[in-house]
Design a protein around this ligand. Structure first.
Ligand code: ADP
Ligand code: F6P
Length: 320
């Protein structure tokens, strides 16, 4: 039933957001809707920073990292007044619904706006894969591949110098990037917020395997652990093996999205528009059992996501 929809990206950017924006725009147009691009997240909604989109507005963006709509954090939208202002703006702009591409925070805003009568659909876009209602978030695969390539390079120099490289990867409070990248690079240890760790045990393993011929080591640390420098110093002190810390940082947020990110973003974008077409709001599009589905936002926000304990255990048993 929606005749005019908006699309925005909010919170941290993620590779593949452009592919999602493209899919929303093209799907909306194909269904006879008018599509507005809202710039800089909820800020753009409050300030009326919008652009009328046609099919060519999203040409040549599917392969680009970042978000053509820009993104922002908007503290004003976190208060009831901000949300009411957002609703008034939607009415003024004639918007029948909005697709919000972002993380949990952005979805809270989408739920608030839906409660004010503006149907909103969330699409999970974050490299962290830390959104409970979905097995997959847009940007995760690209970020992991970037981190893996960087750590492969770090391994070259760690090997030349007989060192231990301690590499911090992103993930906010979650260790999904860390555990998967750790498995992919053959890390000797992965330290994540979800599992307890024992630096003495890691150091002992390192010393024993060094005696047996291992020359260098990679330890992957999730940023949520918050102790990368300390871990590096302690490992060096305990083992006598020279250690270096590398914080990969925002390099993980950029770059051309992988096949997986582009395809899932396209499917999710299309599904979001199908919901708005039927006048349905207050839903998040996600992936369940490898299929695209949608779920009520409140229900989604109350879910808990299990950690990949099996992978953690396999990694630990094959590390040394
Ligand atoms: P993410 O969407 O990646 O989790 P943030 O938590 O920074 O990122 O949230 C992005 C934006 O979503 C915030 O700057 C704010 O505009 C909006 N937002 C976050 N939490 C809420 C909330 N509880 N109510 C309304 N809007 C919110
Ligand atoms: O949520 C994505 C993410 O890159 C996290 O992994 C990280 O903790 C955070 O955003 C960094 O945010 P900022 O871009 O504000 O430095």
């Amino acid at each position: 039933m929606a005749k005019k929809i908006g699309v925005l990206t909010s919170g941290g950017d993620a590779p593949g957001m452009n592919a999602a924006v493209r899919a929303v725009c093209r799907a909306g147009l194909q269904k006879g809707m008018q599509v507005l691009g809202i710039r800089r997240g909820y800020n753009g909604l409050l300030n009326g920073e919008v652009v009328d989109m046609n099919a060519r507005s999203v040409s040549g963006i599917i392969q680009r990292g970042g978000t053509m709509l820009y993104t922002a954090r908007c503290p004003e939208f976190m208060g009831a007044e901000g949300v009411k202002k957002g609703r008034d703006k939607c009415i003024e702009l004639g918007l029948d619904g909005i697709v919000v591409i972002g993380g949990d925070g952005s979805f809270r805003g989408a739920a608030d706006l839906s409660a004010q009568g503006i149907p909103c659909i969330g699409i999970p876009g974050t490299i962290d894969n830390d959104i409970s209602c979905t097995e997959y978030t847009i940007g995760y695969d690209t970020a992991m591949n970037t981190a893996m390539e960087m750590i492969d390079k770090i391994r070259d120099t760690a090997q030349s110098h007989d060192r231990c490289s301690v590499v911090e990867v992103m993930g906010r409070g979650a260790g999904y990037i860390a555990i998967n990248v750790g498995a992919a690079v053959g890390a000797e240890a992965v330290i994540t917020p979800e599992r307890e760790y024992d630096l003495n045990a890691i150091a002992k393993n390192m010393q024993e395997t060094k005696k047996a011929g291992k020359t260098h080591f990679i330890i992957v640390v999730a940023e949520g652990v918050g102790k990368t420098e300390y871990i590096t110093r302690t490992i060096q002190e305990l083992t006598g093996i020279e250690a270096r810390a590398t914080i990969l940082g925002h390099v993980q947020r950029g770059g051309s999205p992988t096949v997986r990110d582009r395809v899932i973003a396209t499917e999710m974008g299309y599904h979001a528009v199908e919901l708005l077409e039927q006048g349905i709001g207050n839903r998040i599009v996600g992936m369940k059992n490898n299929k695209i589905y949608d779920v009520d936002i409140q229900e989604a926000l109350s879910m808990k996501k299990p950690f990949e304990d099996d992978l953690y255990d396999i990694l630990t048993r094959t590390a040394f």
